[in-house]
Write a protein that binds this ligand. Structure first.
Ligand SMILES: NC(=O)c1ccc[n+]([C@@H]2O[C@H](COP(=O)([O-])OP(=O)(O)OC[C@H]3O[C@@H](n4cnc5c(N)ncnc54)[C@H](O)[C@@H]3O)[C@@H](O)[C@H]2O)c1
Length: 458
């Protein structure tokens, strides 16, 4: 592979895609390159003051976004927190030096005060986004809101309308848009090198242990408490697909089922909890003793205070994380397919698969002039005229935050958009996120109606 400096390659790439008709010069040239995050973080330059923000829900995601403030204190300062779990509230307040008067046991208390920051970061569970969002917007806060925005289409619309009414900048955490990998894929789609995009195949392999933790035992296991799988896991995918195709989605049909993690599949003689002497414990990939106690994985949602083995064991005895995966109150699917049609006839086949030993989305784009395949690390474009390939590879060493660098990418762009009061500096505004949420709501409606075709109309 011929290499050039990343900066010059990207500048050349940008110049090529800016010039209509020049896009085919991309192929087989020195543009083979590594894709790096800092190149994107450099745009559009430093801010003149730190944005101030209050974190609502100091759990996993709240700490991730707030971590940006610790790394880049000139850009973001966390000045308040609402979190009911005492040790999490204390730990967070200490890390960010938050005064006692700005610490709250629940989100409602924040909004009984006058506005005391530029923005709120809503990282509560899915069923607790609507309340704080609807309380924050009339007070004039800008907002980072975790996906899924809310639990119904009507609630999503309420938040959108309130954001418009109060002229707030609202970023939805579709963090994949901010990864160097997906930005590159978007650049390719916008460059014209595909000609017309006729079809896309996109899969989301969830990874089976991740499925068992998050969507069987964990916060997203039950659609009434959180959201259906097509939203809670795959709203990232509907969002990316809508973004890449860049045309309205018109129709969807979907099939899917919860097949494995059901009561009838529990091993004979298994007790309610893995720790209660299950005869199948050492043959079960989903043993809670293995996942949490021995492998010490996925501990984030166990709300650990000390992190000792004794404390983990106690959590397995007393919380749902110790209950057998076949005896939960889960209802979200472990496999689902969706067919989407877009304006102009582009078709998209999307597949969410729990039963994989790996994660990492795979995408194939079929255009009239070329084809691309990518797996979130490597990306290859093939040009039908020249029969040459161009390859890109994400520079892992430069990925300094989760979701392929997207977590900090989102915060970076939100800070600039909020300070400049310019939503154009942000790609995942609530306005841009509505249609992909609707694609999810309608896909679920189709699935529950035996795959009946549903129109997607904003
Ligand atoms: N963008 C992504 O890729 C991504 C990834 C994971 C999760 N999420 C979303 O982020 C959100 C949070 O997920 P998480 O994994 O951080 O969950 P979490 O359980 O780790 O964090 C949620 C926190 O909210 C707190 N909380 C509960 N009730 C509250 C209240 N009344 N007031 C204030 N705080 C309250 C909880 O105690 C907890 O600490 C969810 O909506 C989830 O779907 C998004």
């Amino acid at each position: 592979m011929k290499t050039t400096s990343r900066r010059s390659a990207i500048i050349k790439f940008g110049a090529l895609i800016a010039g209509a008709g020049a896009a085919s010069q991309l192929v087989g040239s020195e543009l083979d390159e590594r894709i790096s995050l800092p190149e994107y973080l450099g745009i559009p330059g430093p801010v003149n003051r730190p944005l101030t923000a209050i974190v609502i829900g100091a759990g996993n995601r709240g700490n991730v976004y707030a971590g940006y403030a610790l790394k880049y204190p000139d850009e973001l300062k966390i000045v308040g927190v609402a979190e009911p779990v005492t040790h999490k509230n204390e730990r967070f307040a200490k890390a960010h030096n938050i005064p006692d008067e700005n610490r709250f046991p629940s989100w409602e208390f924040v909004f009984q005060r006058e506005k005391f920051a530029d923005a709120v970061i809503i990282t509560t569970p899915d069923n607790l986004h609507y309340g704080p969002a609807m309380a924050a917007l009339p007070l004039g806060y800008d907002m980072i809101c975790e996906k899924v925005v809310a639990q119904t289409w009507r609630q999503c619309n309420d938040i959108l309308n309130s954001a418009v009414k109060y002229q707030s900048i609202v970023a939805v955490c579709h963090v994949l848009r901010y990864t160097p990998y997906f930005r590159k894929l978007k650049e390719l789609c916008s460059s014209g090198v595909f000609g017309d995009i006729l079809s896309i195949q996109h899969t989301e392999p969830v990874e089976h242990i991740h499925m068992s933790h998050s969507f069987v035992r964990g916060p997203w296991r039950n659609s009434k408490e959180s959201n259906p799988m097509i939203l809670s896991k795959s709203c990232h995918d509907t969002d990316i697909l809508r973004w890449l195709v860049d045309k309205p989605c018109t129709k969807v049909s979907s099939f899917g089922k919860l097949s494995l993690f059901r009561k009838e599949n529990a091993p004979a003689g298994s007790p309610l909890r893995c720790s209660d002497g299950c005869p199948a414990e050492n043959q079960c990939p989903y043993s809670a003793l293995k996942i949490y106690e021995r492998d010490k994985t996925y501990l984030g949602h166990l709300n650990l205070e000390t992190g000792t083995e004794a404390e983990i064991h106690e959590k397995l005895k007393t919380t749902r994380y110790g209950i057998c995966v076949y005896k939960q109150d889960n209802d979200v699917v472990d496999h689902q397919v969706c067919n989407f049609e877009f304006d102009g006839g582009t078709t998209v086949a999307f597949s969410m698969e729990a039963m994989t030993p790996y994660g990492g989305r795979r995408t194939r784009i079929m255009g009239t002039k070329g084809h691309a395949y990518g797996d979130e690390t490597d990306l290859e474009y093939f040009d039908f005229l020249t029969r040459k390939s161009t390859k890109w590879n994400v520079n892992q060493a430069d990925i300094t935050s989760g979701h392929g660098g997207g977590d900090y990418g989102l915060v970076h762009d939100f800070i600039r958009a909020s300070i400049a009061k310019d939503p154009a500096l942000l790609t995942s505004t609530i306005q841009a996120s509505m249609e992909s949420h609707l694609m999810g709501f309608m896909a679920e409606k189709s699935r529950l109606n035996g795959g009946k075709m549903m129109e997607v109309k904003l």
